[in-house]
Design a protein around this ligand. Structure first.
Ligand code: GDP
Length: 445
């Protein structure tokens, strides 16, 4: 029998911390430590008491009887006050019962998978949902958790299986009685392959959801790069810091703009005055400009353009560059051309000081990074790889059929099915794959 495991599922330091226990000993542990009522899916109110009967904390505890729990096993969730001292003492007491061991990273979700509560794609969605910082990431993960991707993969799998059955029957047929239309089989395979291709494409587009929209802020010294960056992330910080327990670090890495995670790339290095360093700074900012999804080229409208500004304008990649005309609160020396463009680049006028134009700028960044709807079925890199594997197997199967070697096609169709099945893990996910996926979770999940 699987051992019983426990772990804290919330960060410490909030008002409440939730300790989870999963496995057959969940109830005996509660009975030992918790004075309140223990009833399936009901919150009991009571105390956690140590061996001497001394109160550790007052708390609520919910018991879930197998299989009606997250993991599919007996489970308990104890909500205590969220201090280190309380949590540490509770963990000590659970450990001292000898009835449970600390959980490994991702072990609760792994058990849910192994007990058939969710498939691999859904388990990975749990992780994506926990890690999501922007609205559209959350939406994609929530859809996947609901099983949308699993359903799509399941139907592709069945279609390949259908063609495989027909092809295999034809290969095994010694009597020449089975009718097999090779062209029809090829067409069916091509149709599946095309569907897989569009899934892959949507997944590649979703890169900005996985990694964030890389946005470089470039411009000559004193155009207002730092001020603009601060103004753009200030509102975000204000929103996020209202939610207790969120870290500022992650916010600074990826702020949410119009529901997209946006990573701003600091090009402050360009400011150095020493010649050698300045060249390095410029080189670095040119590289950042090259790698970026969106480039904000800042132009200070309160002064005439410098040679450096001219150089940046002349070498701009028009496809991804937005001219940001800064300091709109100051008298204009330069005026953007009529119709919101500047020297042939789309332009928006802002002031970091008054906030003018910032909303428009946020909208423009989002629409440049993700034009149109971005509602990908596939977001996970592992899933994209598996789809690519299935796709090339299907191509090989078509070649096999046209070349008159249907036995090759049978082999390749099986390969395609294996690739598809590895996404949801329903058929025969290899154990090491399962371990790799769950070990990247954090403890408590
Ligand atoms: P950077 O060198 O490009 O990072 O530019 P900074 O953000 O440090 O700004 C350079 C100077 O311009 C500072 O003195 C800022 O206070 C000023 N500045 C930046 N943005 C604005 C703005 O929108 N309006 C006004 N009036 N001054 C600004």
């Amino acid at each position: 029998m699987e051992s019983t495991v426990f772990a804290l599922s919330t960060p410490v330091g909030g008002a409440i911390a939730i300790m989870r226990i999963s496995g057959a000993n969940a109830r005996p542990i509660l009975e030992k430590l918790f004075t309140g009522r223990i009833e399936h899916r009901r919150a009991g109110f009571g105390r956690i008491a140590d061996g001497e009967g001394e109160t550790v904390d007052t708390c609520t505890a919910v018991f879930f009887e197998a299989p009606h729990s997250y993991t599919g096993e007996d489970m308990a969730e104890i909500s205590v006050h969220g201090s280190y001292a309380v949590v540490r003492r509770l963990a000590e007491l659970i450990g001292q019962t000898g009835l449970a061991r600390p959980a490994e990273p991702g072990e609760f979700t792994k058990r849910a998978y192994l007990n058939g509560k969710m498939d691999l794609a859904e388990s990975e969605a749990v992780m994506d949902l926990i890690a999501s910082t922007a609205e559209r990431q959350r939406r994609a993960a929530a859809r996947q958790l609901e099983g949308r991707l699993s359903a799509v993969i399941g139907s592709l799998y069945e279609r390949v299986k259908g063609v495989l059955a027909e092809t295999a029957a034809f290969v095994d047929d010694d009597t020449d009685e089975i009718e097999f239309d090779i062209n029809e089989a090829i067409n069916k395979i091509i149709a599946v392959k095309d569907d897989i291709s569009s899934l892959i494409e949507s997944g590649l587009k979703a890169r900005v959801l996985r990694e964030g929209v890389r946005t470089a802020i470039i411009g000559s010294p004193n155009v207002g790069k730092s001020s603009l960056l601060n103004a753009l992330i200030k509102r975000e910080r204000a929103i996020v810091t209202e939610i207790p327990g969120t870290t500022r670090d992650t916010v600074e890495e990826a702020v949410s703009i119009e529901g997209l995670p946006v990573v701003f790339i600091d090009t402050a290095g360009i400011r150095e005055t020493d010649d050698a360093v300045e060249r390095m700074g410029i080189e670095r900012s040119l590289k950042e400009r090259h790698d970026a999804d969106v480039v904000l080229l800042l132009i200070d409208r309160s002064r005439a353009t410098l040679p450096e500004d001219e150089e940046l304008i002349a070498s701009a990649d028009a496809g991804k560059t937005l001219a940001v005309i800064t300091k709109s609160d100051l008298p204009a020396v330069l005026a953007p051309d009529a119709g919101g463009s500047f020297r042939g680049l789309p332009a928006v006028k802002v002031s970091a000081l008054t906030g003018e134009g910032l909303t428009e700028l946020r909208k423009r960044i989002a629409s440049m990074a993700a034009p149109g709807e971005l509602e990908p079925e596939v977001t996970n890199v592992r899933h994209i790889r598996a789809l690519e594997q299935a796709k090339s197997a299907l191509e090989a199967a078509c070649t096999g059929l046209s070349a008159g070697t249907p036995d090759t096609a049978v082999f390749e169709l099986r390969e395609a099915m294996t690739g598809l099945a590895s996404i949801t893990g329903r058929e025969d996910a290899a154990e090491d794959l399962v371990n790799t996926i769950f070990s990247s979770f954090c403890i408590g999940k």
